[in-house]
Design a protein around this ligand. Structure first.
Ligand SMILES: Cc1cc2nc3c(=O)[nH]c(=O)nc-3n(C[C@H](O)[C@H](O)[C@H](O)COP(=O)(O)OP(=O)(O)OC[C@H]3O[C@@H](n4cnc5c(N)ncnc54)[C@H](O)[C@@H]3O)c2cc1C
Length: 299
C-alpha cells in the first residue's frame, strides 16, 4: 500500500512508526508509516499520492495532545519537519509569520527578544504552532484566537493552497475549522503588540513558575485530559468524585492536578483509556456531567 510513497520519500518515511516516541504521553501503538515533509511542495505531493491511493492519513505536530490506541493506526502520519517549517519572519506593524513546526517555547523567546508582547500565554504550552492553531490552544487568559491574523494551509488532497482569515478559522474553545475541513496549516501570521522586553520575560517566567508548581510536568501526559465543561472545572469534578490518585496499570489521575491523567511508568494506551472511561462514568454518576476528552484519540 505504501510502495509508491517509499519510492518518493526514501528515508523520510519510517515504517511501523512507534507513536509512543512521537507523543508526550509516551504510550500507544504504531502507525503504518510516518513521513516527515520539509517543504510545502513535498507536503502537496504526499497528500496527492495518499489521496489517489486512498490511504488514510493525518497530521501530527509535537504530539502533546494525542494518544494512539495500542492497536495502532493503519494509515500514514505526516509530520511537518523542523528542518523546513520552523522559520520565523518578522513583518510590519508588529506582525510575525512562522512555519507551523516551530515550537511555542522557541517562538515565545524570539518574540520576547524582538520586544513583541501577546504570545506569553503560549510560551509554556508544549507543542508546535500548528497544533496550537488547530486546537486554539490557550492558557492564563490568552488563546491563539486573540493573536492569529491568518493561517496558510494546504487542502487535504494536496491540490489547493488556501489562506484562512482569523474569522474563517472559526476559533472556539479548543476548536478551529481545521478540525472539520482537514486543511493542514503550514504558516501562521500573528499580530502582536510592542512591549517591553523585560516585562515580557518576567511574565513568561511567572507563568512558567505557576505551571511548574500546579501541573505534573515531570510525568508524561497530554496536559488536561478533558475539556472544561461549561460552568465547571474538570479537575475539581474529578477530585470531588474522589478520583485523585486513581490508578489503572501505569496510568494515574495525577495527585498534583486531578485534571491530568499521567503515565507513571509503562502505561499502555489501554490503561489510559480505561482510566479515562472510569473517570467519565464516575463523574457522570456523581454530578451528571459527561466529561469530553481534550486529548485526541487516534485509531
Ligand atoms: C504538560 C502539558 C501541558 C499542556 N498545557 C496546555 C495548556 O495550557 N493549554 C492548551 O491549550 N493545551 C495544553 N496542552 C496540550 C497541548 O500542548 C496543546 O493542545 C498543543 O497546542 C498541541 O500541539 P501539538 O503540536 O503537540 O499538536 P498535536 O498533539 O501533535 O496535534 C493536536 C491536533 O492538531 C492537529 N495538527 C497538528 N499540527 C497541525 C497542522 N500543522 N495543521 C493541521 N492540524 C494540525 C493534529 O492532527 C491533532 O488533531 C498541554 C500538554 C501537556 C503535555
Amino acid at each position: 500500500m505504501i510502495n509508491k510513497l517509499k519510492i518518493m520519500m526514501g528515508d523520510k518515511l519510517t515504517e511501523n512508526a512507534d507513536m509512543s516516541r512521537y507523543t508526550s504521553f509516551r504510550a500507544g501503538g504504531c502507525a503504518r508509516a510516518l513521513i516527515e515533509v520539509a517543504t510545502t511542495e513535498e507536503l502537496k505531493a504526499v497528500l496527492q499520492l495518499v489521496t489517489e491511493e486512498n490511504i488514510p492519513h493525518m497530521v501530527i505536530g509535537n504530539g502533546s495532545n494525542m494518544l494512539f490506541k495500542d492497536s495502532g493506526y493503519d494509515g500514514i502520519v505526516i509530520k511537518l519537519s523542523q528542518q523546513g517549517f520552523d522559520y520565523v519572519n518578522f513583518g510590519e506593524n508588529n506582525t510575525v509569520s512562522a512555519g507551523t513546526a516551530v515550537a511555542n517555547g522557541v517562538l515565545a523567546k524570539m518574540l520576547q527578544r524582538e520586544g513583541l508582547a501577546g504570545f506569553e500565554f503560549a510560551s509554556g504550552i508544549p507543542g508546535s504552532l500548528g497544533g496550537a492553531v488547530f486546537m486554539n490552544a490557550g492558557a492564563y487568559g490568552g488563546e491563539m484566537k486573540d493573536i492569529v491574523k491568518s493561517v496558510k494551509t494546504i487542502s487535504p488532497d494536496g491540490q489547493e493552497e488556501r489562506i484562512f482569515t482569523a474569522e474563517e478559522m472559526d476559533f472556539g474553545y479548543r476548536h478551529s475549522c481545521l478540525e472539520e475541513n482537514g486543511y493542514i496549516a503550514v504558516e501562521v501570521t500573528m499580530e502582536l503588540e510592542k512591549g517591553d522586553r523585560e516585562e515580557i520575560a518576567a511574565r513568561m517566567k511567572e507563568l512558567m513558575e505557576k505551571r511548574n508548581s500546579k501541573q505534573p510536568v515531570n510525568y508524561p501526559s497530554a496536559g488536561s485530559t478533558f475539556k472544561r465543561p461549561e460552568g465547571y472545572f474538570a479537575g475539581k469534578l474529578i477530585e470531588d468524585a474522589g478520583l485523585k490518585g486513581l490508578t489503572v496499570g501505569g496510568a494515574q489521575v495525577s495527585t498534583l492536578h486531578s485534571g491530568f491523567v499521567i503515565n507513571i511508568g509503562g502505561a499502555t494506551a489501554t490503561d489510559i483509556l480505561q482510566l479515562m472511561a472510569l473517570v467519565q462514568n464516575t463523574v457522570y454518576d456523581k454530578f451528571g456531567v459527561m466529561l469530553e476528552p481534550e486529548v485526541r484519540i487516534i485509531g
